[in-house]
Write a protein that binds this ligand. Sequence first.
Ligand code: HEM
Length: 407
Amino acid sequence: MSQSIKLKYVIPLPHRIIIVEPREQFNKITSYIDASSVYGSSMSELDALRSKSNGMLLNINNRLPKNPANNCILSESSNSYCFKAGDARVNVWPGLVTIHTIFMRQHNLIAAELKKLNSSWSDEELFQKTRKIVEAINAHINYYEYLPLVLGPDQMSKYDLNKEDLQYDSSVDPSIPNSFSTAAFRFGHLQIPDKHCGQNLENFYYRTEIVIQEGIRNNAQCLSDEVGQKYGSHPSDAICNHLFEVGPGASNDLVALNIQRGRDHGLESLNGFRTKVCNLSRITNFTDPKLGNSGEALSTVYAHVDDIELFPGGVAEPSVPGGIVGETFACIIGKTFSDLKKGDRFHYERNFTQDQLKEIKKITLAKVICDTTSPGQIQPNVFRATSSSNHKTYCRNIPGIDYSRFA
Ligand code: HEM
């Protein structure tokens, strides 16, 4: 599904008629918030991740299993390897390896708990029940911890995102709009910091051996202590000048890729989305405060405000109250997550008993990090917007799930 505008041209040629439509892109992964990053998006991916014993996922000493399709940068002397997870991007940088590992471990911890409570359950029963809980944990963190920080309270209510008792609506299309994946949800690129664990981020791309050397626990601590780049400031050097660098000057620029991908996928302009999709007013000139402080810079590259493209224009908009993104991205992201909730028959809030749901709703990302890295010690400080916000929580103070409710 795309929100790029569909036009159909019929071009008569002397001997034939060619119908030309704008290209549409396929999504290679499931659109649902279903932890496909843990389980993959196809049966064959899932098969390659399951241990087929006691409901567990494959692992090597609690690390992710080896990926035979090797796309990592590995030094010959090390015994490191490329990891396999539900999403092919797992090896891009240690943050992803860490989160993927944490969720694989979370699955295995829950499967072990359920096995203790139900020794007669088969591998299949244990696996499916565990998967359902992990999917719910994943969705709960997304909807109740992460999204409110991105969208702020007004947009959360505007799109029914904090309503727990929404009914399934079969008329809602839960697929991902092009505007979401190709522009709006890439807002996160502007939050990528220059450093990870005190070192330049570019030193880490595809270098899984660093994660193996430093350990998941250390990486998890770095991730939870780090503060993202302030949204609205210049994107970090690590993604503009050193992305996937293979030699001096031989690197990518993620912001340029985002803009180019928008053209490649035929996205409407910023004003097009504001007026035709989001019911927002049209930006009429480059001094409009809706372009934040970027109007002048945008006027040097665009002849007219209607030419401003969705990604560069969207990130220029000032943040919505209490959120991170501007109003156009808030509209696209809010609507997409709302559709994903309403249009998913298996959305977790409709698929557990009230008692079970109460248990799921205790979970936080901090708790998942605690249980899968170093119980009782680490101080997860996740989802901080600025260095001044202080939400330090000790693992021992975070309540856990009572799995007997699921047995
Ligand atoms: C170190 C961190 C990250 C790196 C190196 C990275 C890199 C990339 C790259 C290379 C692409 C493909 C660009 C293209 O060719 O069109 C991409 C796509 C994307 N990124 Fe990131 N990214 C990072 C973090 C993030 C974050 C934090 C978010 C959102 C919160 C995000 C959201 C997306 C989205 C939605 C896409 C499009 C996926 C698709 O539909 O194909 N990324 N990223």
